[in-house]
Design a protein around this ligand. Structure first.
Ligand SMILES: Nc1ncnc2c1ncn2[C@@H]1O[C@H](COP(=O)(O)OP(=O)(O)OP(=O)(O)O)[C@@H](O)[C@H]1O
Ligand SMILES: [Mg+2]
Length: 140
């Protein structure tokens, strides 16, 4: 387990860069943290660091967006999911098991029964307006 303190969005981007270097295809990144914690801010930086040179937007009409970085990167936002079957219907199991892509998941607690055991777990805590604590734990 590793803890990082970010004092501003720039430091969050730097952390995303550091963690991007540890990510290989096949990984799932689970991002825990309340509204406004910084999950999307971190995700945007991570996708950029993984080699996608475009605009990353939060998935709104769909559960996920996919970006062609150095490998495909799936960005899930489970916030609006009411039942885990909604995620199962889009074939989430196959996406999580895909060894050629990376999945990044906001609000993973909404689909807790279908999360892979072997994931990078990141918990973001709000310490004050601009300060965030990132607790990074590798599963298994
Ligand atoms: N150190 C920091 N790291 C990340 N974001 C920060 C930091 N300090 C302030 N912020 C601000 O906190 C907000 C984080 O918003 P963001 O959309 O990334 O949160 P989120 O966790 O994705 O929320 P949601 O659950 O609504 O999707 C942004 O407005 C960002 O500018
Ligand atoms: Mg978000």
């Amino acid at each position: 387990m590793k803890n990082y303190i970010s004092h501003n969005t720039e430091e969050t981007k730097e952390l995303a860069k550091k963690l991007a270097n540890q990510l290989c295809a096949g990984k799932v990144v689970l991002l825990y943290g309340t509204l406004g914690a910084g999950k999307t801010t971190f995700t945007k930086a991570l996708i950029k660091e993984l080699g996608f040179d475009g605009i990353v937007t939060s998935p709104t009409f769909s559960i996920y967006n996919v970006y062609q970085a150095k490998f495909p990167v799936y960005h899930f936002d489970m916030y609006r999911i009411e039942d885990e079957s909604e995620a199962e219907e889009i074939g989430i199991d196959e996406i999580f098991e895909d060894k050629n892509s990376v999945s990044i998941v906001e609000w993973p607690e909404k689909v807790k029964d279908i999360l892979p055991e072997d994931a990078m777990n990141i918990k973001i805590n709000i310490l004050d307006e601009n300060t965030r604590e990132f607790i990074v734990e590798e599963g298994k």
